[in-house]
Design a protein around this ligand. Structure first.
Ligand SMILES: [Zn+2]
Length: 198
């Protein structure tokens, strides 16, 4: 496979000029054919006459695939304000700034944990049905990759709970571990995870 670099010259049929044109490799945003949106920062052969994308080299394929994977999945629910407060408070315990961003990593980590932990699954069921979990009104939107999305789906199956209920259960587990009865081991492990993602 030939590896191209930015600034390199080539030739190709431009779909807009409808002729053979000289091209230059540049970093560009590639529109997606199947859906709305585009993938940024992809090396492409660009038409020297009209700036249209003429070709996307093979070396860019994994980057596009990766981006599609991570873009596609989001977990959304409407939750009561106090549950969102718990997430922000829990993120704030780690004193790394930006608890808004840390809250996403926290939930992702707990999705992973719960997937392999029977007692946590029991807790999630219990917590999600508690009085404290009741309510709605505020949107939580979580961007996740395919692996975590699948684990979340698996959690839904194992607990026979809805998406919103699983999220509520996870957040109340976080409340328990970090705010109510802090578990040193869990906090140390979370510190590592959050540090890597902050
Ligand atoms: Zn052109």
């Amino acid at each position: 496979m030939k590896i191209y670099k930015a600034g390199e010259k080539s030739k190709g049929i431009c779909p807009k000029c409808k002729s053979l044109v000289p091209t230059t490799f540049k970093i560009s945003s590639v529109p997606l054919s199947n859906s709305k949106g585009s993938v940024d920062d992809i090396l492409c052969a660009i038409c020297d006459h009209c700036d249209h994308i003429v070709a996307v080299p093979q070396q860019s394929a994994p980057r596009i695939r990766e981006s599609l994977k991570s873009k596609k999945h989001s977990i959304e629910a409407r939750l009561p304000r106090h549950l969102l407060d718990i997430l922000i408070l829990a993120g704030d315990q780690f004193k790394m700034g930006n608890p808004e961003l840390l809250k996403d990593s926290l939930i992702r980590h707990y999705i992973n944990l719960a997937d392999q932990n029977k007692s946590m699954i029991k807790n999630i069921k219990k917590y999600s049905e508690s009085d404290f979990a009741k309510g709605a009104g505020y949107r939580l939107s979580l961007k996740v990759n395919k692996k975590i999305f699948d684990r979340f789906e698996h959690l839904k199956q194992m607990t026979s709970l809805s998406k919103t209920q699983v999220l509520k259960g996870l957040i109340l587990q976080i409340n328990q571990d970090i705010l109510q009865r802090p578990l040193k081991k869990r906090i140390a492990e979370l510190e590592m995870v959050l540090m890597a993602s902050a």
